[in-house]
Design a protein around this ligand. Structure first.
Ligand code: DGL
Length: 279
């Protein structure tokens, strides 16, 4: 059954190529504790960051069809790559609100820079789309944006090497180029990168603002729900327990669960595996 517009007690649909979007879900849980979430991680088809626009649009359409069967009232694309490549396409077909992570991230970066020099790191597909650059220029064409794809970061994060010397060396190689450009703000333009925040902070020092689009996305989602009259008025009895949140994946539910339990503020009990190709 599809959600009928207007039910503010329906859930928010949140999706990503896998575990990375949990950093966005985590911010929604923290900032909007009254909201219920249906999360889908496309663990069978991850990574998205090296795939084409056509493929990412098709995957996103299938996931949205699935989320609609869960009667969601709004959708968050908690994946930078899918936000960059598919949001414009899928939003045309939808009659419920949908937001991605790139516009909120670009917006806050514009307000955080003083010297008008912003760095963006992300997957190859996100960087090649130049979506952050485009949205920043739209707001302020005097800003210079320096982009750098960091494809090795995602596997290192998934390996749990968040503070490992190997990860630090990889980060140094990627970031040196941007640091030489005298940036004062750096957008963590991939859902995995907030998990490398302290390692990146050590390398870039205190003078560069690290922009986490996940936080801004949760804030914008809250504003959107209020504006549309869709904010849930009821507080769940125990905020931040597993109950208001449901998790679905396309493969490897156990692995997803271990990762999720290491970054979410509670332990997930059930994760359902579905065949996303059926949608
Ligand atoms: N979630 C993706 C993103 O934010 C990173 C992982 C992937 O490549 O699928 O771009």
């Amino acid at each position: 059954m599809e959600y009928m517009r207007g039910d503010c007690r329906a859930s928010i649909g949140v999706f990503d190529s896998g575990v990375g979007g949990l950093t966005v879900a985590r911010e929604i849980m923290r900032n909007l504790p009254k909201e219920h979430i249906v999360y889908f991680g496309d663990t069978a088809r991850v990574p998205y960051g090296s795939k084409s626009k056509d493929t990412i649009v098709r995957y996103s359409q299938q996931i949205i069809h699935f989320l609609r069967t869960q009667e969601v009232k709004a959708i968050v694309i908690a994946c930078n790559t899918a936000s960059a490549l598919a949001l414009d396409e899928v939003e045309k077909e939808l009659d419920i609100p949908i937001i991605g992570v790139i516009r909120p991230g670009a917006r806050v970066a514009v307000t955080s820079t003083s010297n008008r020099r912003i760095g963006v790191i992300g997957t190859e597909s996100t960087i090649n789309s130049h979506m952050y650059k485009k949205l920043i220029y739209e707001q302020d064409p005097s800003i210079t944006v320096y982009e750098k794809a960091c494809p090795l970061f995602c596997p290192l994060v998934e390996e749990g090497w968040l503070k490992d010397p190997v990860t630090k060396e990889v980060a140094r190689r990627y970031l040196d180029e941007l640091l030489n450009k005298d940036i004062d703000s750096l957008i963590l333009g991939c859902t995995h990168y907030p998990l490398l925040r302290s390692l990146i902070r050590e390398l870039v020092g205190d003078s560069i603002t690290l922009v986490n689009p996940a936080y801004e996305t949760a804030k914008e989602l809250g504003e959107l729900l209020e504006r549309e009259g869709l904010a849930n008025p009821d507080m769940p009895e125990e905020p931040l327990t597993a109950e208001p949140y449901r998790f679905f994946v396309s493969d490897m539910a156990d692995k997803f669960g271990s990762f999720a339990n290491s970054i979410l503020p509670y332990d997930i009990e059930t994760i359902q595996k579905i065949n996303i190709e059926e949608y």
